[in-house]
Ligand binder design. Structure first.
Ligand SMILES: Cc1cc2nc3c(=O)[nH]c(=O)nc-3n(C[C@H](O)[C@H](O)[C@H](O)COP(=O)(O)OP(=O)(O)OC[C@H]3O[C@@H](n4cnc5c(N)ncnc54)[C@H](O)[C@@H]3O)c2cc1C
Length: 416
């Protein structure tokens, strides 16, 4: 069923009786060519690109809960490609380009809104670092714009640019960055993958792997054993727990990260703003709520809930730069589990077990990576070769000392 403006009007006039389910709910088959574990954004995107771009079939996505119940439906919805390092920037720019055409491609309104992202600069040293990053972005075909303090004051008059401790000295803007409605991304990919025959099986937890003589033969699940030629793990915050079942210990820790939404306000924030001296980032949703976040909770956990001291810490960061926030009521907040890798960058690689592949270590930043992560992981699963933008995301970079240690892009494991 194709979605269109015409269809919406037709259904509105005929009692909304023509809408079908967006995807099927099949029972699992006993065998697949590809089993993708985890029905988050990355798992669903992987299945979709496997079917669409790599013309593969007999694909299943196994999700222990429901589609959109993990981090894909819990994040602060920011997309951008403002990275510095060679291992990262081409990949995130590839992702941003995929976001730009995604709604048309999926025939789904994911509310991709390129309202821009602004990183505030608070010291001369930080300006030097941002200029360097902006140049790296331009060299990789991304957009970057260095704004002066005066330009920022004009565009964002509500910012406390004269803060005694954290004066604003400028900012690095990426005008193509922005926000996307997070759970709609999961639904859009699920619907599109289903239309290519992918089985999306919810309430089906993987509880073990069948591995014989170094070969993965399939997965044990709460719905029975499922044989598979290729198994792709893609469970974000649950990565260490899942891979432990295959006897692997990962360079990944799981931490809680919280997100916050205020009461609805009139349009106020034109785009995403990040505070460079503390840790605070904020955008305004189409419903009017300010959507913001800050640091991780600082202890290892698999619980999807956070603690109160971090609420105070994040709101303090917000108040330092947006003093007007003090008058706004906080409506709700929630937590998600972050798979923090030890250099802040992801891993998309084969494992030592034949037929078993891994995708994880996304830290704070996996939502913006969703389309590219799905594409390059599908490339790896289908061709057994890494995609050119993801060649550095290997396991052995830790043993070889080839870390992609992107400062300020997520994790600082030494602090937690
Ligand atoms: C509060 C918060 C704010 C964030 N903000 C941003 C942001 O603004 N921008 C950005 O780029 N990123 C952000 N992120 C990070 C981003 O959301 C994640 O990196 C990304 O969503 C992870 O990939 P995913 O969507 O596939 O994960 P998930 O949606 O978590 O998918 C993994 C799935 O695996 C399933 N699973 C786990 N174990 C099993 C099992 N044994 N069997 C079967 N299924 C299993 C889970 O139920 C889950 O549905 C944020 C994260 C949080 C928590």
């Amino acid at each position: 069923m194709k979605y269109s403006g015409f269809k919406v009007i037709k259904e509105a006039l005929t009692g909304h009786r023509g809408w079908g389910p967006a995807w099927r709910s099949p029972e699992p088959c006993s065998e697949y060519d590809y089993v993708v574990i985890g029905g988050g954004g990355h798992g669903l995107a992987t299945a979709y690109y496997l079917a669409k771009e790599f013309k593969q079939s007999r694909i299943a996505v196994l999700e222990k809960g429901w589609i959109g119940g993990g981090n894909v439906g819990r994040n602060t919805t920011i997309i951008r490609s403002n990275y510095l390092l060679d291992g990262n920037e081409p990949f995130y720019e590839f992702s941003l380009k995929l976001w730009e055409g995604l709604e048309k491609e999926l025939n789904y309104n994911a509310m991709v809104s390129q309202r821009g992202i602004l990183n505030l600069i608070h010291s001369d040293a930080q300006r030097d670092a941002f200029v360097r990053r902006g140049n790296a972005m331009l060299l990789n075909g991304a957009d970057a714009d260095l704004l002066s303090k005066e330009q920022i004051q004009k565009r964002y008059p509500f910012l406390n640019t004269e803060n005694a401790r954290f004066p604003v000295k400028g900012g690095l803007a990426q005008h193509r960055g922005g926000t996307v409605r997070h759970d709609a991304v999961a639904w859009g990919y699920a619907r599109a993958a289903d239309s290519y025959g992918v089985d999306i099986i919810q309430n089906c937890e993987v509880t073990g792997f069948k591995i014989e003589k170094g070969v993965c033969l399939g997965v044990e699940t709460t719905k029975g054993f499922i044989k598979a030629k290729t198994v792709g793990a893609c469970v974000a915050g649950s990565s260490s727990r899942l891979m432990q079942m295959a006897g692997m210990r990962l360079p990944i820790e799981s931490h809680v990260l919280q997100a916050f939404v205020s009461e609805g306000l009139k349009p106020l924030l034109p785009g995403v703003i990040t505070f460079g001296a503390g840790h605070f980032y904020c955008s305004q949703s189409d419903k009017g709520g300010l959507v913001f976040g800050g640091d991780i909770d600082g202890y290892n956990s698999y619980a999807q809930r956070g603690n109160l001291p971090v609420v105070e810490d994040v709101c303090e960061g917000g108040m330092a730069i947006f003093p007007m926030l003090g008058r706004v009521r906080l409506l709700r907040m929630w937590g998600g589990i972050m798979d923090m890798s030890m250099d802040g960058s992801p891993i998309i690689d084969k494992t030592d077990i034949s037929g078993l592949y891994f995708n994880g270590g996304w830290c704070y930043g996996g939502f913006k990576a969703t389309p590219a992560s799905g594409w390059v992981y599908a490339h790896l699963l289908a061709t057994k070769e890494p995609h050119k933008t993801a060649r550095s995301f290997r396991f052995d970079r830790f043993s070889k000392g080839l870390m992609i240690d992107e400062k300020g892009m997520g994790n600082q494991p030494n602090l937690h």
